[in-house]
Design a protein around this ligand. Structure first.
Ligand SMILES: [Zn+2]
Length: 180
């Protein structure tokens, strides 16, 4: 890689990372700096089916090249499943911090990672995860009816319980964790 310069137009960084030119030419490489090989790899699917010269033209014409607009989430999935990805990045050196953070965030959003507030809300409604939003709604209606002050002779305790139940329901209703 001695003396190689990143092939991205206008970039003068050392071209020390390689990426196949196209699916048909997996053993011929372009050389980029780390930032540009990441972008090139991220757009790999987009280049699919294009000829070498079309890719070349696209790279030069692409206004979004420097500021990728694709979302990292789905990209992270593709990294894991695309067999070409392991070829491009066998040691996962390109899975940068952003992608990893994105993965972590998705992991944190799994149902078994409910927030403490959501867990508390579940226990107030006396429910166990997983639940559908519909079943939570049903449970809420049932409890709200049972603990309504009107049904308890204006009982202050019932009123407090109802407040808790309302708050718990609001917390869960806003949770992104329900699979619809
Ligand atoms: Zn570069």
């Amino acid at each position: 890689m001695d003396g190689r310069v990143c092939e991205f137009p206008g970039c003068a960084a050392v071209g020390e990372f390689r990426a196949p030119k196209s699916r048909a030419e997996l053993r011929q490489y372009r050389w980029f700096c780390l930032a540009h090989v990441r972008e090139y790899n991220a757009k790999w699917d987009f280049y699919k089916g294009m000829s070498e010269s079309e890719i070349e033209a696209q790279i030069r014409a692409d206004q979004t090249w420097r500021r990728p607009t694709w979302r990292l989430g789905p990209q992270a999935d593709r990294r894991a499943s695309d067999p070409f990805e392991s070829l491009l990045d066998p040691y996962d050196i390109l899975a940068d911090a952003d992608v990893r953070r994105q993965k972590d965030r998705r992991f944190a959003a799994q149902p078994n990672n409910l927030t403490p507030a959501e867990q508390q809300a579940l226990s107030i409604l006396d429910l166990k995860w997983p639940q559908t939003l519909d079943s939570v709604k049903l449970r809420y209606k049932e409890l709200a009816k049972r603990h309504h002050p009107d049904a308890n002779g204006g009982n202050k305790e019932a009123e407090e319980r109802l407040k808790l139940i309302n708050r718990a329901y609001t917390t869960l209703r806003q949770s992104p964790h329900f699979a619809t």
